[in-house]
Design a protein. Structure first.
Length: 335
């Protein structure tokens, strides 16, 4: 499937590969593979080889089951959505009070976690993004914006690298064309990246720079000088072509980020703690008060950052508590 549209795009260039092709049954070979570009409450659009199309949905279709970046099969001529293909990866988050996780984006190769070199840099929030990314088996890259106006951008880069072992960290000015060159290693043909971060850190500016078009793909805002809080500009997730041949998904800024069902992601994030736990005296050690605890010993000796350990406790507790069924729901038992 390599037919081209006016921009020279191919299905392979859009991220299609053997994983998705193997899911197409013989009766479905006449259907058209497309990628979901936008998802709204009652409508969705997709990108096909000949451009963007508005999908026609069956009455029973629940758009909440679809994420930007999904591959779907569509009937030709009518643009009726047939079905969604299994995902390679999906980024999702737990929202307070919701019964199911909220889908953020699907079939992502690399997640750009965007923050700025100012008061917006929040290790605890960035670690939450990393835990979600690790759990989804997506490659994380920390992107530090506004490096051009920071007094010491390298200090932020050092702090970012300390958040996770072997974490890729880049610093840039999102408004300059050089930003696209810095991120080019992850944005080649067939590659899909997504941008996440709080409002106002430069995600929309970076999206426009990556798209490389003269017009703004997303409106841009700014961070207030008084408190480094962002002004919300992106209002919906969307899929866009990158000038270098890849694809980028923008997401709205998220001020609150809860974790749930990300135990493996937390283990990867805090590898220096995870690797200590087998050395504890007790197999069921909680690493809080037990004698012979290797984690507490490392914290006492200074080998383990106590602030880092405190954030690990908090994420572990939140992940455990959010995994419990809510009172009154099926599976919840009063003690």
């Amino acid at each position: 499937m390599t037919a081209e549209n006016g921009t020279g795009a191919t299905l392979e260039g859009m991220g299609w590969d053997a994983f998705f092709a193997a899911q197409v049954s013989p009766p479905e070979t006449g259907l058209l593979p497309m990628r979901i570009a936008t998802v709204h409450r009652a409508r969705m659009s997709a990108i096909a080889l000949d451009g963007r199309v508005k999908l026609k949905l069956e009455q029973h279709t629940n758009t909440a089951d679809y994420a930007v970046g999904d591959w779907v099969l569509v009937e030709p001529h009518t643009n009726i959505l047939h079905r969604r293909l299994d995902r390679k990866s999906v980024l999702q988050r737990h929202t307070e009070g919701a019964k199911v996780p909220q889908l953020i984006a699907a079939n992502i190769d690399t997640l750009f976690i965007v923050t700025s070199c100012n008061a917006d840099f929040n290790p605890a929030r960035l670690e939450r993004y990393l835990a979600l990314t690790n759990e989804a088996e997506i490659n994380p890259v920390m992107v530090l914006t506004k490096a051009d106006i920071a007094e010491d951008a390298e200090k932020y880069a050092i702090d970012a690298r300390a958040l996770q072992r072997d974490l890729e960290v880049v610093t840039l000015n999102a408004k300059t064309p050089d930003a696209a060159a810095v991120l080019a290693p992850w944005c080649g043909p067939g590659q899909t990246v997504a941008l996440v971060g709080s409002s106002g850190v430069g995600k929309s500016t970076l999206l426009n720079t990556l798209a490389g078009s003269g017009d703004e793909v997303q409106e841009t805002g700014a961070i207030r000088d008084s408190d480094a809080k962002g002004r919300h500009t992106t209002t919906a997730r969307s899929l866009h072509a990158i000038a270098g041949g890849g694809w980028v998904i923008d997401t709205p800024g998220m001020r609150t980020l809860h974790v749930s069902d990300v135990a493996e992601g937390i283990d990867i994030l805090f590898a220096e703690i995870t690797e200590l736990t087998p050395d504890c005296k007790f197999r069921d050690c909680t690493h809080r008060h037990e004698p012979g605890c290797a984690v507490l010993a490392a914290a006492k000796s200074g080998a383990l950052d106590p602030e880092r350990l405190a954030r690990w406790y908090k994420l572990q507790d939140e992940n455990r508590d959010n995994a419990k069924p809510a009172p009154g729901s099926r599976g919840f038992k009063k003690r």
